[in-house]
Ligand binder design. Structure first.
Ligand code: PHE
Length: 458
């Protein structure tokens, strides 16, 4: 496809909101509290912020740089920028990692949709009235082990994303993000305010913000780094593909800074919503993957239970928030292989997006069934769903991030890096120099060390 035929994002705001839309998702609202809860709260948050600053922002800029320099999908971007036999094909690898993520991501996306419907229909108020302490856990387990319900939900999610993707970059992705993201921030702030008035506010906030330094280990650092990569959508071709729709005047470094800031703020605010609520209900913050689905609906009722309509509204808003955030991320992962198939295999956008969706639905359904409906869908001692989650965030994303730093720091011709990161004055010249040095000398050994020590390889 000729460069002139490709659509770009039409406005600066649209571009930032769309990219932030990719970054902000289940990773912030579902995965971050789970990881922080298990990693000791404040200690995890501290490691997470360090990872975002010294690895996340530089890596995001690096991926932007590749995408905008090539102005094409991730696979041809690497192919057109280098003749190195490994890196020439590296783009395809990142696309496949993203595709891998989408397959299990849509399973959780489906749950969010079902929980939104449950909140609207008042199911949680009914569960609260049964007086059974396990009612919420039973409800969640019944959903995830149901053979067809989660699959119907994930199919609906993929169809929604397919609809938006096939409308194109500007009329689909950008327009949709411009509506969804502001709405998401409003809901987030209202919920955070509500949470601050619960009984557990003090305990929850001190869990989240007071680091217990004994919890800082390499394995927590690997969790934090994997979470930072996942949350910023690093290493899967998303940022590269979106940057290929940036205009030549977009400032890559400041865009990366803004998007990372928005993403981290949303994760922290999600923690501010969730931990006070969890402590108010006397629950444990390390409840794991079900935190948002078992603890929270219960918590909303315990925390605001005296006034039924408030707890009803809070839970509807929370799950609506989760669905919105998830949809903007699913769209971005869906876009990566779609752009690849459209440009490299000359498929129509609609056909490419449908093909990507169908493959995800098939693998996603298997992941969903592995959660209980069908026994034995395991890899080693992990069920398929956990296998996809662990492999991507703890292995594939760190590795992919490591190779991207090598590529931009050492393989890509300096001329291209300087073209993409021009320095207009002394201040930007220093910032660009700092960034390039981090990409060359700091990020690769740090990623590798955390990766190898975290997995206990060294
Ligand atoms: N960043 C998204 C989130 O936090 C997940 C995601 C990962 C999206 C990789 C695109 C690519 O939920």
């Amino acid at each position: 496809m000729k460069q002139g035929e490709r659509k770009n994002f039409a406005s600066k705001l649209g571009l930032i909101l769309a990219t932030a839309g990719s970054a902000v998702g289940l990773g912030n609202i579902w995965r971050f509290p789970v990881e922080a809860g298990e990693g000791g709260g404040g200690a995890f948050l501290l490691l997470y912020i360090i990872c975002i600053v010294i690895i996340g922002v530089p890596l995001m800029t690096a991926e932007f740089l590749i995408g905008r320099a090539a102005h094409s999908n991730t696979s041809s971007a690497y192919r057109s920028l280098t003749t190195n036999p490994f890196f020439k094909h590296f783009g395809i690898l990142t696309i496949l990692i993203g595709w891998f993520i989408m397959c299990y991501y849509i399973v959780v996306s489906g749950w969010t949709l079902q929980y939104l419907l449950d909140s609207i229909s008042g199911t949680f108020i009914h569960l609260d009235k049964t007086g059974n302490a396990n009612a919420y856990a039973d409800h969640f387990n019944a959903l995830v082990s149901n053979p067809w319900k989660p699959i119907v939900c994930l199919v609906i999610f993929v169809l929604m994303s397919h609809y938006i993707i096939s409308r194109g970059v500007e009329k689909g992705i950008e327009r949709f993000s411009k509506i969804m993201m502001p709405l998401l921030f409003v809901i987030l702030l209202i919920l955070a305010l509500c949470s601050l008035f619960t009984d557990g506010a003090r305990e929850g906030l001190s869990f989240l913000f007071k680091p217990d330094f004994s919890k800082i280990t390499f394995s927590t650092a690997l969790q934090a780094m994997g979470q930072a990569f996942f949350s910023l959508s690093i290493g899967v071709g998303c940022l590269c593909t979106y940057a290929s729709y940036f205009s030549s005047t977009t400032d890559l470094q400041s865009t990366a800074l803004k998007v990372s800031l928005i993403d981290s703020l949303v994760a922290i605010i999600a923690g501010v919503i969730i931990f006070p609520a969890v402590f108010s209900a006397g629950m444990s913050p390390d409840a794991g993957a079900s935190l948002v689905f078992v603890a929270l609906p219960n918590v909303f009722h315990q925390a605001f239970g005296n006034i039924e309509w408030v707890s009803y509204l809070v839970s509807v808003m929370f799950y609506a928030l989760l669905v919105l955030a998830t949809l903007t991320s699913v769209i971005s992962i869906h876009e990566v292989p779609t752009a690849w198939l459209t440009e490299d295999f000359h498929m129509s956008r609609k056909k490419a997006s449908a093909l990507v969706g169908v493959i995800c639905i098939i693998i996603g359904s298997l992941c969903s069934l592995s959660m209980g409906a069908v026994k034995g869908l395991n890899v080693g001692d992990r069920n398929l769903f956990d296998f996809f989650d662990w492999t991507t965030s703890s292995v594939l994303l760190p590795l992919s991030g490591f190779f991207i730093t090598l590529f931009v720091g050492w393989v890509l011709p300096k001329r291209i890096v300087n073209e993409q990161l021009p320095s207009y004055g002394r201040k930007t010249a220093i910032a660009v120099k700092l960034l390039i040095n981090i990409i060359r000398y700091v990020a690769p050994p740090v990623i590798l060390l955390i990766f190898l020590r975290g997995l206990k390889i060294i």
